[in-house]
Write a protein that binds this ligand. Structure first.
Ligand SMILES: Cc1cc2nc3c(=O)[nH]c(=O)nc-3n(C[C@H](O)[C@H](O)[C@H](O)COP(=O)(O)OP(=O)(O)OC[C@H]3O[C@@H](n4cnc5c(N)ncnc54)[C@H](O)[C@@H]3O)c2cc1C
Length: 406
């Protein structure tokens, strides 16, 4: 059991879960959660989904009300961690105060990658990561007539579908050859491209935004690398994120495409861990280093570190899963759908119900499901058991997946 204070820098999905799990595991020392946002810790997924559509009040996004932190004696400190004095085991805060720690956990997440284009700093050019950004966009959707979305990743497409659902003209600009290309199989990209197009969204692939046009103060459109110009009164940028590694790097901790941690999520300093979107962790399961951006990854990391800090150290061995809601379609991903050499389809895209089963050397590595929750649940269970089914079984609808789990 760790002695002394556990300090958590960052109160997003990972930081919040760690504080809560420490108490669940019976940790009785001081727990401080450093929150640099002006709201109680909240969930991010609804920011581009239900909340953006206008469903729910801000309270519905918060993990827990104020009272929870008081009852659990979790000190929620509104401040920002600015540097780490590793020798003295002190965390310095932007307010000028500092806190001593027995163990420090970096849960600093990631920030939006910014667009480096002329006029990209105009108020009509927006991003979507925080509650405040979602709130602004929710209001802008009420008056906007034509949106250009730069980037056809999950967040860009979720936003595009919501905007289109409100009757707004939507153009999506994507440099890649297909939507969500870095994250999903071609089968899933093709399906979503076709669905968004059928809903009236214009998707421009293989082109780049080269400049944002304005009348001096308001955005009027976006110029593309193929010479075309698309009208817009609002531009939403979803071109990925950068992990917040600077605090760790300045303290001399190794960083690469994330804060480097071992298979127990510990940095090279035995008194400092890193979890969630900011952590590049060694994965024995996948045989390399991984940095994932998902709620599952953030919360499972947190639970693993809470267990270690309360005397039950173990290797982090979480099975990745993810979801994205776009229009009326729900995409769910179990496992890691990268590095596969064969994809077989179960179900029928035309019926809006199918899954792409991804195989590497005949071993199932992941399943991407569209409106087929039972395939997703099967995927999480079979992958969790380190088991598989044959590709021929996967594509045979008469093959009983439940029975395969028995
Ligand atoms: C719009 C949106 C939709 C998403 N939808 C999904 C989805 O459908 N499914 C899914 O699985 N995932 C989704 N994600 C991803 C998921 O939300 C993230 O993977 C998750 O939030 C990561 O949690 P985290 O705690 O590591 O980081 P974050 O949630 O980013 O939290 C990090 C916190 O640390 C703070 N911070 C940074 N530096 C400091 C510092 N120096 N001092 C103090 N605080 C600091 C940040 O301000 C932030 O509050 C979505 C993300 C977004 C933005």
């Amino acid at each position: 059991m760790t002695q002394g204070t556990v300090l958590i820098a960052g109160a997003g999905h990972a930081g919040f879960q760690l504080a809560a799990s420490l108490r669940q595991h019976g940790f009785s020392g001081r727990v401080c959660l450093i929150n640099d946002e002006t709201h109680l810790p909240y969930q991010r997924p609804p920011l581009s989904k239900a909340y953006l559509k206008g469903e729910g009040r801000p309270d519905s996004l918060m993990f827990r009300p104020d009272k929870f932190y008081r009852d659990q004696t979790i000190e929620l400190i509104g401040d920002r961690a600015v540097s780490i004095d590793r020798a003295a085991r002190r965390l310095l805060l932007a307010s000028g105060s500092s806190l001593e720690y027995g163990h420090l956990v970096l849960a600093t997440g990631a920030r939006n990658r910014l667009l480096d284009l002329p006029n990209a700093n105009l108020p009509d050019v927006r991003y979507l990561r925080t509650f405040d950004e979602s709130e602004t966009l929710r209001q802008r959707l009420a008056s906007s007539r034509h949106v250009v979305v730069i980037g056809a990743g999950f967040i860009g497409l979720e936003f595009a579908a919501t905007a289109r659902g409100k009757g707004i003209e939507v153009d999506v600009i994507e440099l890649g050859a297909r939507v969500m290309a870095r994250a999903v199989t071609a089968e899933i990209s093709d399906y979503f491209q076709q669905r968004h197009t059928a809903a009236g969204i214009r998707i421009h692939l293989g082109v780049q935004a080269t400049s944002i046009e304005s009348d001096g103060s308001n955005v009027t459109g976006v110029s593309l690398s193929d010479g075309r110009h698309v009208e817009a009164d609002l531009v939403v940028v979803g071109v990925g994120v950068l992990p917040n590694v600077e605090l760790a790097a300045a303290a001399g901790l190794p960083v690469a495409a994330g804060i480097i941690v071992d298979e127990q999520l510990l940095t090279s300093d035995p008194n400092i861990s890193a979890i969630g979107d900011c952590a590049l962790y060694a994965s024995p399961r996948f045989g390399g280093s991984l940095r994932l951006e998902s709620v599952q990854n953030a919360t499972d990391h947190a639970r693993c570190v809470a267990a270690r800090l309360t005397g039950n150290a173990k290797t982090y061995d979480g099975q990745p899963w993810f979801w994205s809601d776009q229009g009326d379609d729900k995409l769910q991903i179990a496992g890691l759908t990268t590095g596969y050499d064969r994809v077989v389809v179960r179900g029928d895209p035309a019926q809006r119900s199918f899954s792409a089963f991804c195989y590497k050397a005949d071993q199932l590595v992941g399943i991407e499901s569209v409106n087929r929750a039972s395939d997703h649940v099967f995927g999480r269970r079979i992958l969790g058991m380190n088991s598989s089914i044959a590709p021929e079984q996967a594509q045979d609808l008469s093959f009983d997946l439940k029975a395969a789990l028995a």
